[in-house]
Design a protein around this ligand. Structure first.
Ligand code: SAH
Length: 481
């Protein structure tokens, strides 16, 4: 270990920055955040630093560095682009035993600035000991993605309640209690921005702990995270989905959730596949039983669904069940297949020229007598059919009967955002034959409407045309072929 990571209390401490440029401005900003009393020494100042000095209580000395400016300083940073000046600052500071950092010169520094994540009062510092600042920053980004944005709030929340808990619970019970608070319902609520929910979960937990404080190992309250896993690419998970996946004890996952996403879950979590085959109606019952059983055992359950839980995902039924049984839950939205497919195929679901509305319909709706097929058959309305593959000819027939033209644009997106993704475009008249010919398989979506024929490159050509009159006279591309 080349450096000892420590956190320095700088509140109201005098600190000197030598240099007036951008880099100096950044260091000044950090020192001010830590509450230091900052003095800047530089013959001239960058605009950014001038603004900062005008805004804050920084002292500015408009002159060159002299060792006597170090008197009484707790910390020094040299951020000039003159190596001789930087070396002089380093030298003078070391002689006086004042910690010094020379920007980008570990050899002249007695301390270095780490890459940090600030969720105050939680702080994470990452350093490569000067070997690779870019790598340190990358590591910071990776850790940052795992830390909920409201982590600092959670730390303050628990800090504010420490005394009460100390009075209410014995030493042994306390540790188990806090463990449940920071990993259980209270934390989930608070991190999701539900402060009132967190308060009542906390009070609940405290009451239960007081009642059972002699019986150690009480399981506490279970909870369910109803998570939308998106279309299957792990990079399209939300940060909250990722965070909750990494704390769940049990994962109940659907058939559409691929291994690549399960790999992002906690290693020792129990994984249970609960995918439904077509026509299997007992499976939902089994899912309900598992949810109740694990929640009763105090487990944190990630109920992982493809896309979004509330778009053809039966998420509504599952939260009805949880609410009836008083089991805490949280819903995490996911990128639904329609959005992933639209992005993959570069088909904007709405477009100022082409469509002002969009409808998501399940392919099973061909039997739905309430559905207004006439409104779906309008070209300037986009319709996305989920689970429509086996019903494709029936969907086409319904749309045609409701007034859609034979050349009404359509597209099929197979395995959107997954390996082997395919986009097939055809008009309504031909789309079923194309799908059969290409042996399209599930999961796939059908998009119908003027936007299905959209091609960004074509609009570029039409937009560019008025700018180059010569283009109008040139032969069409096919003629050149
Ligand atoms: N809750 C999910 C939908 C579940 S219904 C969501 O919000 O996306 C299952 C249907 O979704 C499939 O039959 C298919 O039509 C569609 N689907 C799911 N993932 C898909 C993908 N990666 N590519 C194309 N369609 C997909």
């Amino acid at each position: 270990m080349d450096y000892l990571p420590v956190f320095l209390r700088l509140d109201a401490q005098p600190a000197l920055i030598v240099g007036g440029g951008r880099v100096a401005a950044r260091k000044v900003a950090w020192l001010l955040r830590a509450g230091a009393r900052v003095t800047v020494v530089a013959p001239e100042l960058h605009a950014e630093l001038t603004a900062c000095i005008n805004r804050t209580e920084c002292v500015y000395l408009q002159r060159s560095f002299e060792p006597r400016q170090l008197a009484g300083m707790s910390l020094v940073v040299a951020a000039t682009d003159d190596r001789a000046v930087n070396a002089a600052v380093s030298d003078a500071a070391r002689k006086r035993n004042i910690p010094v950092n020379v920007v980008d010169s570990p050899d002249l520094s007695t301390f270095i600035f780490p890459a940090i994540i600030d969720r105050s009062p939680i702080l994470v510092a990452v350093s490569s000991a000067g070997a690779s600042p870019v790598l340190a920053r990358r590591v910071r980004e990776q850790i940052e993605a795992l830390l909920p944005a409201r982590l600092g709030r959670l730390a303050r929340f628990t800090g504010e309640r420490r005394r009460d808990v100390q009075k209410a619970l014995g030493l042994l019970a306390r540790r188990a209690f806090w463990e449940r608070i920071v990993t259980g319902v209270t934390a989930t609520r608070l991190l999701a921005g539900d402060d009132a929910g967190a308060d009542s979960a906390f009070a609940n937990e405290l009451r239960t702990s007081q009642l059972t404080s002699c019986a150690t190992g009480a399981s506490g309250t279970g909870e369910v995270y109803l998570i939308g896993a998106g279309p299957g690419d792990p990079d399209l998970l939300t940060l909250r989905a990722l965070q909750l996946l990494q704390q769940a004890d049990v994962i109940l996952y659907d058939r559409l959730v691929p291994e690549a996403i399960l790999e992002r879950a906690r290693r020792d979590a129990e994984r249970i596949a609960v995918g439904k085959e077509v026509g299997d109606h007992t499976q939902q019952q089994r899912i309900h039983e598992l949810l109740l059983q694990f929640a009763a055992a105090g487990k944190r359950i990630a109920r992982l669904k493809g896309g979004d839980p509330f778009v053809f995902g039966r998420g509504g039924e599952e939260i009805e069940l949880l609410a009836t049984h008083n089991i805490p839950y949280i819903v995490v939205p996911g990128i639904t297949a329609a959005l992933a497919a639209a992005a993959a195929a570069e088909i904007p679901l709405t477009h100022r020229r082409l469509a002002h509305s969009v409808t998501f319909v399940t392919g099973h709706a061909v039997e739905d007598t309430y559905l207004d097929w006439r409104s779906l058959a309008v070209p300037r309305h986009t319709v996305v059919f989920y689970m429509g593959l086996t019903q494709l000819p029936a969907i086409v027939a319904k749309l045609r009967a409701a007034g859609a033209r034979a050349d009404h644009p359509a597209a099929i997106i197979e395995r959107a955002a997954l390996p082997g993704q395919r986009v097939l475009r055809a008009d309504l008249q031909h789309i079923a034959a194309v799908a059969a010919g290409e042996q399209v398989a599930a999961p796939a979506l059908l998009i119908v409407g003027a936007v299905a024929a959209f091609a960004a490159a074509d609009s570029l050509a039409t937009l560019a045309a008025p700018l180059s009159p010569a283009a109008a006279n040139s032969p069409p591309a096919d003629a050149l072929a």
